[in-house]
Design a protein. Structure first.
Length: 73
């Protein structure tokens, strides 16, 4: 969380990403220069890219199993 406090006390797991984004936002213009830091912070919070990749891998494995491919080339 941007407050710096984690759910169980101490520093939150994404706080370092927030600090990086906040620092960039304070010193950069235009704000689009900070998109990579913002994306890192949001990924840390929500794991959308990670979940999409897991879903893609699972789909590929299911397709491979359905095709009867033994994995040999």
């Amino acid at each position: 969380m941007s407050s710096g406090f984690g759910a169980r006390g101490g520093v939150g797991r994404c706080y370092d990403f927030w600090l990086s984004f906040e620092s960039c936002a304070k010193t950069s213009s235009p704000a689009s220069l900070c998109f990579p830091q913002r994306d890192d912070y949001l990924e840390c919070l929500h794991h959308k890219k990670e979940y999409a990749r897991i879903k893609e891998i699972k789909k590929m494995k299911e397709a491979k199993a359905a095709g009867g491919d033994s994995g040999h080339h």
